[in-house]
Write a new protein. Structure first.
Lengths: 343, 343
DNA sequence: GTGAAAGCGCTAACAC
DNA sequence: GTGTTAGCGCTTTCAC
């Protein structure tokens, strides 16, 4: 079932069928109707692989996220999908994982399968990214600066973490555990940046930060957060505040604290990071840092618009190097005060 | 940068380059190395749109889910992605939404963009699905029977809901609110099926089910669950049990109950449905129905294997109608007892 | 073991 | 307003 079958059945040329498919204006209503009728009768649908090859575009934007089951990314993807669809394109989500798999996933996305690619970077570094030699617009979104060569929308991890920890200290906490990781992590990674915020907040307030309060959580998931507070108690490090590097870890910590019979916020105050939807609804509701998810989505979409417009122009033969230099946008973080803290 | 550029630089034909790309065995090591070297130097990557068109496959499996930010689907997608990747393919996730958008998304997926499509059906009916005339294997996964013409992996909604409500009744609850919807809903939809389970459990136990306990929740989200219990209290319908049609709605209900000063499970027992990861970690942890997410993923992958093998065979010219009749697999549901219920 | 050449199904000039 | 035609970049016989 190809365009040729339709053309034959409708007694027109393939070009006419193509014109109908693509809503080219100058056509007789009569022919258009006839062709549409035939397409419907035959159940014809254009083959996108052929269209993609010929037209050089797919009308699909790819979004690479480390995992498909993290609430933050699901919610970010939803915001981005809304924008992409409003612009007449489609968003598809692809899991990138970490390490070698991340490079592989990016390499796949680099191919012309997508008109543009949004990558939520985890471990990819500048060299790897540049080596991929993307032919389509790329927007990086994430926690850390990666490469000067790409548009990048970042959250302000250090400032956000500082906000969170300062809020705990202001609320009277003096021993704030950090659930995530410490100086040993990749210094440009998300965990290390939030650790820096934790340290800075202590410095500003003149409170000594006990390094034993830094708990490494391997998988940043619910169980990790739960384990971490148990471990803290087991080794006997006293604490009256918890800053979890993500809301999900904070949920696990809330669970662990309940198991230990510790009350929130009376015995221990807790702050998370991300402001995922669930944070407003858990009991007690979670004080957290809104890293500007919606602003991030909006910035990504803007960048995409600009780059894709440029793409079209240069494809159309306007060579003039009006190429905008790669932009780096840092979205500010704000504190959302809820029940898990005093302050 | 095409295969021709590589061929020229390596002083071989395009066919040879293609052979190298596709790991065709009979080739001199020398040529292979040279071509690989040139590809690397030039940073060449094959264009998948061309390859797809010519080869008639994409090595990509599409998964259509109603929303990207629902924990259940994120977790299901993760399980399926693991299996798909283990088989050397890639999974991409696409949001289908509901209503007209769902048909549109399915129509897009029907195109040869994917080698196979998994659809988590919401409102699509048999006629719409058949009209799309899929050319690739399709596996339906979801709540309700749709069309005899497709492979379908279903959860046992009615039995699962019965299990949940029976557990509440066994635990002494006599006025079990249903958060989701009632007889007014599409009778084959998920909500209506879980409503049937609610009714059946009452019948079995000989308990009268007060229709005023059925609360319609428009969006099955956190806020919906929260509102529902507030509404129940506002209109003064007494209740001592809550069966929420999804865990997410149950979380909202837990929140609402806390706001109302009602203790769980002492004043009100709560059961959810789906057994998403979060259910084990909330406070109190949520008794829920495990609808067999992992078993569903496994069944989907099996079906996919069979169908894709058939596809290859028939493409290879083995016509004999060894086509397996569409299968309908119902995965059993089990109750997971946690802190939100006595019983 | 390597090369020449014929398309895969569609779009976009351009001719009429 | 419609038709003719030349590819998009790749895979795949089939010669040699």
């Amino acid at each position: 079932m190809t365009i040729a079958d339709v053309a034959r059945a409708a007694a027109v040329s393939t070009a006419t069928v193509s014109n109908v498919i693509n809503d080219v204006p100058r056509m007789s209503q009569e022919t258009r109707q006839r062709v549409l009728q035939v397409m419907d009768d035959l159940g014809y649908r254009p083959d996108p692989t052929a269209r993609n090859l010929r037209a050089g575009r797919t009308d699909v934007v790819g979004l690479l996220v480390p995992e498909l089951d993290r609430p933050y990314f699901g919610q970010l993807a939803t915001a981005i999908a809304d924008g992409v669809e409003a612009r007449g394109r489609r968003l598809v989500l692809q899991r990138s994982g970490t390490g070698a798999k991340e490079v592989e996933a990016a390499a796949f996305a680099r191919l012309r399968m997508y008109d543009a690619v949004i990558i939520s970077v985890v471990g990819l570094d500048a060299a790897e990214l540049e080596r991929l030699n993307f032919t389509t617009p790329v927007v990086l979104v994430g926690e850390r600066p990666v490469s000067r060569g790409f548009d990048h929308v970042m959250m302000d991890n250090v400032a956000g973490a500082r906000l969170a920890v300062d809020h705990l200290l202001a609320g009277g906490a003096r021993r704030v555990a950090l659930l995530g990781g410490g100086p040993g992590d990749d210094p440009r990674g998300m965990v290390a940046q939030r650790y820096r915020g934790w340290r800075q907040a202590h410095e500003v307030r003149g409170v000594t930060a006990d390094p034993r309060l830094v708990m490494t959580v391997d998988a940043l998931d619910l169980e990790g957060g739960r384990q971490a507070v148990h471990e803290l108690t087991r080794v006997g490090v006293p604490f009256d505040g918890v800053f979890a590097v993500t809301d999900v870890v904070a949920f696990g910590a809330l669970r662990g604290l309940a198991e230990l019979g510790l009350r929130v916020p009376d015995d221990v105050q807790v702050v998370g990071f991300d402001d995922i939807l669930e944070s407003r609804y858990c009991v007690p509701s979670l004080t957290t840092v809104d890293a500007g998810r919606d602003a991030i989505a909006a910035a990504v979409l803007d960048l995409l618009d600009v780059r894709m417009r440029q793409e079209r122009k240069s494809a159309a033969g306007t060579p003039g190097d009006d190429r905008m230099a790669p932009r780096e946008i840092v979205v500010p973080a704000t504190l959302v005060h809820r029940e898990s803290t005093r302050g």
